[in-house]
Design a protein around this ligand. Structure first.
Ligand code: ADP
Ligand code: MG
Ligand code: MG
Length: 869
């Protein structure tokens, strides 16, 4: 029989799937002997079962009651006890951390009667009623789904009425009044009483946490982060400890290292005499952990000790939630801390240097996609000097820099982003409801809340730049204005946000990309130690090649030649070639193109040095080079000295119904072999030039869109002949290979035959995906988006390899090819070559390299290493 409830001392960190991350780590900490309040975890399986049947099963109810009885026995506390009142926290927690996405209820078990007893027992009426009003608030929100603003507005109103600065000013009498009012909010909005029976409260709470798995914010969060919908959440039921029981008590959240910079120093915030979410909710401004060292030195030293122990145990930076009750420290949660890419690299390197973990484990912990964050833009110092500062009082919550128009609510931000505007979400603080607006924003600014506030955590997770807790800003969300020391801004005004410094400026400031540092280079060199796949770049322009080399490209996996025909002089000759009536005319036009091609290739080879360079011979259909509008037609006709009607007729002639399935790729050369011959000649002549200058180049000549063996053998023969003639003329020797792209399903099935004739293979995943699905690459977004939304497709196959279809074709091709020619070099070019998930597959099927756009190279190098570890 399934077991639905685990005591903390029955679980461990490996049980995240069943107990959720929070539950598994509470169990692990319990087993390490750390001060963790006792409790038990209801499993995610129980949650999925509940969501199926919409009710708690008898077995589950029985197991929970047993665990409860056991807890009472162990602690001597009871719901009904006169002296030792049992109060609980009910906490959600799924396999993957979903910060703030599902809700927690504290102080569960209180009611009208025992709250009085708690007051007497603790001799602190204020404390007892503070706990009770919190319970009413959280229970009302989580279980009865009463909008939390109902309660908060009342608290705000009460504060204003009494001229209070913060919630710390409430007296016991005030809190009694608040409790009465909160109960009337229940009646008003839901016509339901607050359940006085603690057990009823508990089961209601468990059900509500289960249901919260499917609330809107949780769903959005899961879809953004690719978390499956069928995991469910566990429920942790735990003895309360009280951070709000006087000035010798506190609650806080701290990281073992700085999550923004990686600096090795306890980093976090705490609040005296507070409970639960007070720290992250931005209700009062919390104090930095460094102050706890002086405020409560003993507790702080203990915290440091345990934090270091946890870090060593998990071999990673930890994000820890703790509470101090009357001087005694308790640990309520630990998990591997979220961090910026910058700090991730520093921490990964430092943990290895400190002997806490190994290179392999450190590499495995880096999210390859987070590398993109490293390449985040910044404002230049020069531009900042001349810019007008709005405020420098914010926290540097998430690095990066961005400009955009300000909006004061998530919906407006989202709408305007959809219209193509760059938007910045400006709010007093954010909450999970704002998630979609946050996703749409270039930057997020808040006036309240600290480095661990919702805005800060979520922004860091998404790699969006964020300035939090900017106290200089008076944000009026209702009138949509923000007042700052030097003036006022309204909705739609443009600001620039520097998330690395916590600064905000007026107007639009251009950005530049950051320089990656020492730690980045260390990690990359480790990655290369482990990776088996090498990583090349898809590049042909000077800038791209330089960028790719800076990111460590091992060569060029795809230099496309089509753009090389576009300069005005070249285009004219290209058109002459296309429109020629005789072979002689064609050859003449190509002869004019040869020097251009040769110069281009020379430049590419020069930059690439002695690294291998794949040059793809011309691929697109010819009509792409021809004019379309009347005026251009007339102009070209004149230049080519032919009648307009004649030109028009030829253009119409060359139009194709399915150009992507048309006269393109090697089919061009099967009909006009002179074209590829000219390109091969240009490649070899430029290689000869460089060789004579002392540089050995490695040209890999790639024939695209081969689907039949004869295409490859015929063209290879012709190119070899041409190259031999050129080399005979110059008297040099160049080692080159001629290979083919594999981008048609048929090519995969005859890969053995092709392998026999080919010097190398490179999978063109864009066309292969297009041809396999019959999805047009260029205009499939309409239905693919719908498919993704409906779950018909789990992922866009143009972005992440479809393993079961396209991947299967690749597998077949590799097997057949290697059976024929075991040493055949096989690579992949196209978008998927830079996708971390797809790279794992390419590693597994035994490819030699992947090739991707320059900026994705670091991602690919890390993914390649991770695939090999
Ligand atoms: P989240 O997943 O949103 O962080 P938690 O379940 O961790 O939610 O609860 C939020 C906060 O509630 C904790 O950081 C802690 O301050 C407080 N809390 C939770 N359980 C207890 C407990 N047993 N005693 C005291 N405070 C608790
Ligand atoms: Mg929470
Ligand atoms: Mg927590």
């Amino acid at each position: 029989m399934a077991k639905f409830v685990y005591r903390f001392d029955e679980g461990n960190a490996g049980m995240k799937g069943l107990l959720g991350g929070k539950g598994a780590n509470l169990a692990e900490m319990t087993n390490l002997g750390l001060p963790v309040p006792k409790g038990f975890t209801v499993t995610t399986e129980a949650c999925m079962k509940y969501l199926e049947t919409q009710q708690l099963t008898d077995e589950l109810i029985h197991e929970v009651k047993q665990a409860l009885a056991n807890l009472q026995k162990e602690t001597g506390k009871a719901f009904s006890s006169a002296t030792d009142l049992l109060l609980l926290s009910v906490r959600s927690g799924s396999k993957f951390s979903m910060p703030g996405m599902m809700d927690t209820i504290l102080n569960l078990g209180l009611n009208d009667e025992n709250v009085e007893r708690l007051a007497q027992e603790t001799n602190d009426e204020r404390f007892a009623y503070d706990c009770y009003r919190r319970l009413l608030q959280m229970f009302g929100n989580v279980v009865y789904e009463i909008d939390s603003s109902r309660f908060e507005n009342y608290l705000d109103f009460f504060k204003t009425k009494h001229g209070y600065e913060s919630d710390a000013d409430f007296t016991a009498e005030d809190l009694k009044e608040v409790v009465t009012c909160f109960k009337s909010i229940y009646m008003e909005s839901k016509k339901k009483e607050f359940p006085q029976n603690p057990e009823t409260q508990l089961f209601d709470a468990i059900e509500a946490v289960f249901r919260s798995w499917n609330n809107g914010r949780a769903k959005v969060y899961r879809s953004i982060h690719d978390i499956p919908d069928d995991l469910g959440t566990a429920v942790n039921v735990q003895l309360m400890v009280f951070g709000n029981s006087g000035s010798n008590s506190a609650t806080g959240v701290a990281f073992t290292r700085n999550p923004a910079t990686g600096e090795k120093k306890i980093f976090g915030e705490y609040l005296l005499n507070a409970q639960g979410e007070d720290v992250v909710a931005g209700i009062r401004t919390p104090n930095p952990m460094s102050e706890l060292a002086t405020a409560m030195p003993e507790a702080y030293t203990e915290f440091e000790k345990v934090a270091a122990r946890l870090e060593a145990h998990y071999e990673d930076m930890q994000d820890i939630e703790f509470t101090i009750e009357k001087g005694k420290l308790y640990f309520l949660q630990t998990r591997n801390g979220k961090r910026t890419a910058q700090s991730a690299f520093k921490i990964a390197v430092d943990l290895v240097k400190e002997g806490i973990t190994t290179k392999e484990k450190s590499l495995m912990k880096i999210d390859p996609n987070s590398v993109n964050q490293l390449l985040h833009p910044v404002f230049s110092d020069e531009d900042l000097k001349s810019a007008t500062l709005v405020s420098a009082a914010g926290l540097p919550a998430s690095p990066g820099a961005a400009s955009g128009k300000i909006y004061f609510d998530a919906d407006a931000a989202k709408e305007h982003a959809l219209l193509g505007e760059k938007v910045i979400l400006v709010r007093q603080e954010t909450s999970p409801e704002d998630i979609q607006g946050m996703v749409s924003s270039e930057a997020i600014v808040t006036s309240r809340g600290g480095m661990t506030s919702h805005a800060a955590v979520v922004a860091r997770g998404m790699g969006t730049c964020c300035v939090a807790g900017c106290g200089d800003l008076e944000i009026d969300e209702f009138h949509k204005t923000v007042t700052y020391p030097g003036g006022q801004l309204s909705e739609g005004d443009v600001i620039s946000v520097d998330g690395s410094r916590g600064e905000i400026y007026l107007g639009d400031i251009p950005t530049t990309v950051t320089e990656e540092g020492e730690n980045f280079r260390t990690i990359m060199s480790w990655a290369d130690e482990f990776a088996r796949l090498s990583v090349r770049m898809n590049a042909e322009t000077v800038n791209d090649i330089k960028a790719g080399l800076a990111f460590g490209a091992a060569g060029i996996g795809l230099a496309r030649t089509e753009h090389m025909f576009f300069g005005p002089e070249r285009l004219l000759e290209m058109r002459r070639f296309i429109l020629a009536n005789t072979v002689e005319e064609r050859k003449h036009a190509l002869q004019q193109l040869l020097p251009f091609q040769q110069a281009d290739f020379e430049q590419i080879f020069k930059l690439a040095g002695e690294r291998p360079v794949v040059i793809r011979l011309l691929d697109p259909p010819l009509h792409e080079f021809l004019p379309t509008n009347r005026k251009e037609l007339e102009h070209i006709a004149k230049e080519l000295d032919m009648p307009v009607q004649e030109l028009e007729r030829r253009v119409i002639d060359l139009k194709e119904i399915n150009p992507m399935l048309g006269h393109r790729g090697c089919r061009l050369a099967m009909t006009y072999p002179e074209l590829y011959e000219m390109q091969a000649e240009a490649i070899i002549r430029s290689a000869v030039r460089l060789k004579q200058a002392g540089q050995n180049v490695q040209p890999e000549i790639m024939i695209p869109l081969v689907g039949m063996t004869r295409e490859l053998t015929d063209l290879t023969e012709r190119l070899n002949k041409k190259i031999a003639a050129v080399l005979a003329e110059t008297g040099d020797s160049i080692s080159y290979t001629i290979g083919t792209m594999i981008e048609l399903p048929r090519a995969c099935f005859i890969a053995d035959e092709l392998a026999e004739a080919a010097g190398f293979f490179s999978f063109g995943t864009n066309d292969l995906t297009q041809m396999t699905y019959g999805f047009s690459r260029d205009d499939s977004a309409k239905y693919i988006n719908q498919y993704l939304e409906d779950g018909v497709l789990a992922q866009d196959p143009f972005q992440t390899l479809d393993e079961s279809g396209v991947g299967e074709l690749i597998r077949i091709a590799v097997e057949k090819a290697r059976a024929e020619k075991p040493s055949l070099k096989i690579g992949v070019c196209g978008e998927l070559g830079g996708d971390a998930e797809s790279i794992a597959f390419f590693h597994d099927v035994g490819l030699n390299y992947v090739s991707c756009s320059p900026f994705r190279i670091p991602v690919a190098r890390i993914a390649a290493a991770q695939s090999a570890i």
